[in-house]
Design a binder for this molecule. Structure first.
Ligand SMILES: *[C@@H]1O[C@H](CO)[C@@H](O)[C@H](O)[C@H]1NC(C)=O
Ligand SMILES: *[C@@H]1O[C@H](CO)[C@@H](O)[C@H](O)[C@H]1NC(C)=O
Ligand SMILES: *[C@@H]1O[C@H](CO)[C@@H](O)[C@H](O)[C@H]1NC(C)=O
Ligand SMILES: *[C@@H]1O[C@H](CO)[C@@H](O)[C@H](O)[C@H]1NC(C)=O
Ligand SMILES: *[C@@H]1O[C@H](CO)[C@@H](O)[C@H](O)[C@H]1NC(C)=O
Length: 575
């Protein structure tokens, strides 16, 4: 394996041309003219990407002109060996379901274009636009690749012309670096790779360059919020994330695990495509810092990190909000680089081992004693709380099971996905709550507690085995994401049936005259909408649904790796 850390340190000391000579000796054991040439012209961005196109087999091993990876391999196949023998009837059913989802997408898209074109989001009940993600048309850019995949080329072209007009170096808002990277940068990179239209790469690079200064903290951990014009805004650093976070976190000196650990894929892809290795170094530094920081339990990373000292603050551990996609990206970077950076494999396995040991427990659901739940740790004490956001974990474990040959992880993935779907199935709407607190099989309850719980269950229509729920549904994708991945990995059609059930519930409860809206309470008969349709509904929820009913070779998991916003990016080696 290539020792990134060592090479990186050497790189900073030595002149570029020498670095490349050194790298060639280290990595390839020989000198090769074209590599020096490319490196010498650094940052010859488009020259580089042009070159990539002409001879893809050579440069796929580079993350920009200063980083070459050895031992990029074809990893084990992920997807099930589907036999293409569906009957005419089955095909008809599948395609009609797929059409239903595409029509739903068009319904929402047309509402957005009519009432909110150019705004970040459409408010689906009041039919007006609002800007809450930098004002760059988040919905359009998040939807680009879904438009492409659904073969909506006219809409795609209109969106491309819009992208051309956006200035990604300016915003009237203080921007959230993480959200900007996963939605905008991820969306642009994916649109480029699918369409080969250079405007997306140019814009991705413009945005990437604008974001680079946000990494200039004492430790290199990026700031959560960034003022593109003036640097960090001293006024407000409050985290206004999803409603799920257990606490509001304030202060400029605090980094959030998921925010700093969910940019590696996008920045590495940007280095690969532009030839500019600086993006790679910035995000690799973050991972090195997290890797080196002291942790109570190996592989479980507290959610908050001091930006000045790079030490963990507190000991709240979660695979839900504020933690989630950091773990996801450990695996996905490893998949993206074809196993070339072993550090990610080591960190991922360590995390999964500890998650299995400390965070996964059997619930206490009558008749469903097999259901597994994924909890959290507060000060090393288990807490029986699971968020919808954590329902990406079954998909992650399933991919990891295949890539790293860990068959028991697949079994756990299947059981956790069962629980995520169960959390939909037991509510009155058939849609899952934002979070739920569960009892575990080892919880010993007094008769008083049992009586109290039964009363709660009855009063609140609570599903058996749950103590409490926070009942909103925000059109989130995570459960559908896991159903899609498990379908592609196991070939089991029950996942399609479940996805279809969920889609029918969305159609029934969330549809408005112009689009779709989140719900305030999934467990009542008086359903009320919250008038919010985040851009991830276009990027993720509808894309995963559509792909669930597409032929398995459409955006194959063996060719692409999805960023955490469901933007598919090519793996370094395509099969
Ligand atoms: C397709 O082939 C598989 C394996 O032979 C079989 O189990 C399945 O029933 C077949 N499906 C149809 C629709 O013929
Ligand atoms: C979209 O734009 C591309 C590139 O300019 C063009 O080739 C294609 O015909 C356009 N498609 C539609 C449906 O407008
Ligand atoms: C950026 O910082 C400058 C100077 O502090 C301030 O005038 C401007 O309003 C800030 N912009 C945002 C979006 O916060
Ligand atoms: C579920 O469990 C209850 C007892 O707790 C039992 O009466 C009932 O028959 C069970 N239902 C099923 C479908 O197994
Ligand atoms: C839950 O699943 C059962 C069995 O498939 C089904 O009959 C029921 O309608 C589902 N409930 C909801 C709310 O989806």
């Amino acid at each position: 394996m290539m020792r990134i850390g060592f090479i990186k340190k050497s790189l900073r000391k030595i002149d570029v041309r020498f670095q490349l000579v050194l790298l060639n000796l280290l990595v390839f054991g020989s000198l090769t003219y074209y590599i020096i040439e490319i490196g010498y012209h650094y940052p010859a961005v488009f020259k580089h990407s042009q070159w990539l196109k002409e001879s893809p087999s050579r440069l796929v091993y580079s993350l920009g002109s200063r980083v070459y990876l050895s031992k990029v391999t074809r990893l084990p196949k992920i997807q099930y060996d589907f036999l293409l023998n569906e009957t005419a009837e089955e095909k008809h059913l599948r395609e009609s379901r797929r059409d239903s989802i595409k029509n739903g997408f068009l319904h929402a898209w047309n509402g957005y274009t009519r009432y909110a074109w150019g705004y970040d989001e459409l408010l689906p009940l009041t039919h007006v636009g609002r800007n809450n993600f930098n004002g760059w048309g988040a919905t359009i850019i998040d939807a680009l690749d879904t438009l492409w995949i659904m073969d909506l080329k006219e809409e795609f072209n209109r969106s491309r012309d819009f992208v051309r007009s956006v200035d990604f170096t300016k915003s009237n808002e203080e921007i959230n670096v993480f959200e900007t990277i996963i939605r905008y940068l991820g969306g642009l990179l994916s649109a480029y790779e699918l369409s080969n239209d250079l405007v997306f790469l140019e814009k991705a690079q413009e945005l990437g360059n604008a974001l680079l200064p946000s990494f200039d903290s004492p430790t290199g951990l990026p700031y959560n919020w960034w003022n593109l014009t003036w640097g960090i805004n001293k006024k407000s650093h409050e985290l206004s994330g999803p409603p799920c976070p257990p606490m509001r976190l304030c202060g400029s000196k605090m980094s959030i695990l998921a925010q700093i650990g969910t940019m590696q894929l996008e920045f590495m892809k940007l280095s690969q495509l532009t030839g500019d290795s600086r993006f790679f170094f910035k995000v690799q530094d973050v991972i090195d810092t997290l890797d080196n920081a002291e942790k109570h339990i190996p592989g479980l990373y507290p959610l908050e990190i001091d930006q000045d000292s790079a030490e963990f603050l507190g000991s709240h551990v979660s695979f839900g909000p504020l933690g989630d996609s950091f773990y996801e990206y450990l695996l996905k970077v490893y998949v993206f680089v074809g196993g070339a950076i072993d550090q990610y494999r080591r960190m991922y396995i360590e995390s999964v081992e500890s998650m299995r040991k400390y965070l996964i427990k059997e619930g206490k659901v009558r008749n469903r004693s097999e259901l597994l739940f994924l909890g959290e740790l507060f000060n090393d004490i288990f807490s029986g709380k699971m968020c919808h956001l954590a329902c990406f974990v079954p998909g992650m474990l399933a991919i990891g099971a295949k890539i790293l040959d860990r068959p028991e992880d697949l079994e756990i993935a299947i059981k956790l996905a069962e629980t995520c779907y169960w959390s939909y199935n037991v509510t009155l709407t058939g849609l899952g709550p934002e979070e739920f607190w569960f009892l575990t099989s080892t919880d010993e309850l007094s008769q008083n507690e049992i009586d109290w719980l039964e009363k709660q269950e009855e009063m609140n229509n609570l599903p058996n085995g749950l103590v409490r729920i926070s009942p909103t549904y925000l059109l989130r994708p995570e459960t559908l994401e896991s159903l899609f991945i498990l379908y592609r990995i196991t070939g089991d059609k029950k996942y399609q049936e479940r996805g279809w059930k969920i889609w029918q519930a969305i159609e029934k409860w969330c549809k408005t005259p112009t689009a779709y809206s989140g719900l305030k309470d999934v467990n009542t008969k008086q359903v009320e909408m919250n008038n919010i349709m985040e851009s991830f509904f276009f990027a993720e929820t509808l894309k995963y649904l559509y792909l669930l009913f597409s032929p398995p070779d459409v955006i194959s998991l063996d060719t692409y790796v999805f960023n955490t916003e469901a933007h598919p990016l090519f793996r370094m080696i395509k099969p």
